[in-house]
Design a protein around this ligand. Structure first.
Ligand code: SF4
Ligand code: SF4
Length: 335
């Protein structure tokens, strides 16, 4: 079984981390079953967030009785110190614990630092002193914020999108985190569903000993897939390298990663799925996306009021309204 040391925290986690965003979409009993099955099969690191509706509560229900045997990270999107404390109290209550192993700023638009007047970093330090958190982390989708977080040496861990579609700049960040002894937690290791070969995704990341991927898991078959990689961890083969090269060519450039940071949309367009529909139709079984429900969701693109809120919020600099339009046109042709 591959293991990862999360930099200076010295926390040792299974290379298979459990990303607990998708469990907000399933019932409590099913989520508890999945989480406990993951634990009993060796997974010991679970990542959630205040923003993931009831995901924290599900973790609390599954693990409060074995708290010290697992590593939990959660996140706050607070913009002020007051909200930071409210979020932290809620997370502790939901998780049924009195400490969080890694508490992360959730995709802030700037890198919180002492004396920056937001009071956020000071709040982190105080929470650490009080024993409510063990380590300070930050998550981001922006190269510049992530780079700054590494350079300031203020953070124990960085959570950043990283998969086999990584750019040279992404790889530099991964390297810089290692040089600075910072834990690197890889989100979107399947690029939000666009990478369909999880074995190749795992094998690629296995080359980076200090990187801990968190796989977003919602179904038992997905969990089983990752558990199966523990006994004999996949390593890159020539065949996989060819596949990865093909995917890189197909997915290079400006494509929607499905992160959802551009939402909510005033017209209630499900941007994170609709803006990458063309790719999903061709890379995943297309039947799912041709249902009446999806046809309605895609038709809703007609209601875009071109407020450009989404464009301004997209960390990848995408022209989201234009991308939606293109995907809608392609969808109609595909239908
Ligand atoms: S530009 Fe269109 S898609 Fe984007 S937020 Fe505004 S209404 Fe929604
Ligand atoms: S348009 Fe940008 S912000 Fe919105 S889901 Fe896609 S990548 Fe994320």
């Amino acid at each position: 079984m591959d293991q990862v040391i999360l930099g200076k925290t010295k926390i040792v986690v299974n290379k298979n981390g459990f990303g607990a965003l998708p469990i907000q979409r399933i019932e409590m009993k099913d989520a508890v079953y999945l989480l406990q099955k993951a634990f009993y099969n060796g997974m010991n690191y679970f990542d959630t967030a205040r923003w993931y509706s009831d995901s924290e509560e599900k973790l609390g229900a599954a693990f409060s009785w074995i708290r010290e045997k697992i590593i939990i990270s959660t996140k706050t999107g607070a913009q002020t110190a007051d909200d930071f404390w409210k979020d932290l109290d809620t997370s502790l209550k939901n998780l049924k614990t009195d400490y969080i192993d890694i508490y992360q700023f959730h995709n802030p638009s700037f890198c919180p630092k002492p004396g920056d007047e937001s009071g956020l970093y000071e709040a982190m330090l105080k929470a650490k002193k009080q024993g409510k958190i063990r380590f300070i982390g930050i998550t981001n989708h922006s190269q510049s914020v992530a780079k700054e977080a590494i350079e300031t040496k203020l953070y124990d861990t960085l959570q950043f999108p990283f998969c086999y579609l990584a750019s040279d700049e992404d790889l530099q960040l991964v390297k810089a985190a290692k040089t600075n002894d910072m834990g690197f937690i890889a989100m979107k290791a399947l690029s939000g569903g666009l990478i369909t070969d999880s074995k190749a995704a795992y094998a690629y990341l296995s080359q980076f000993y200090h990187v801990a991927p968190i796989w977003g898991i919602q179904r038992e078959n997905e969990l089983d897939e990752f558990i199966s990689y523990q006994e004999s961890p996949p390593r890159l083969t020539e065949e996989m390298k060819v596949k990865i090269e093909g995917d890189r060519k197909e997915l290079s450039g400006n494509f929607c990663r499905g992160c959802g940071y551009c939402m909510p949309c005033p017209a209630e367009i499900e941007i994170n799925n609709c803006a990458r529909m063309s790719l999903m139709l061709r890379r995943a079984p297309s039947d799912n996306f041709l249902s009446k429900e999806w046809q309605e969701k895609m038709k809703n693109i007609e209601n875009c009021i071109h407020c450009n809120q989404c464009k301004e919020k997209c960390p990848y600099g995408l022209d989201t309204p234009e991308l939606l339009q293109k995907n809608y046109e392609d969808y109609q042709t595909f239908l």
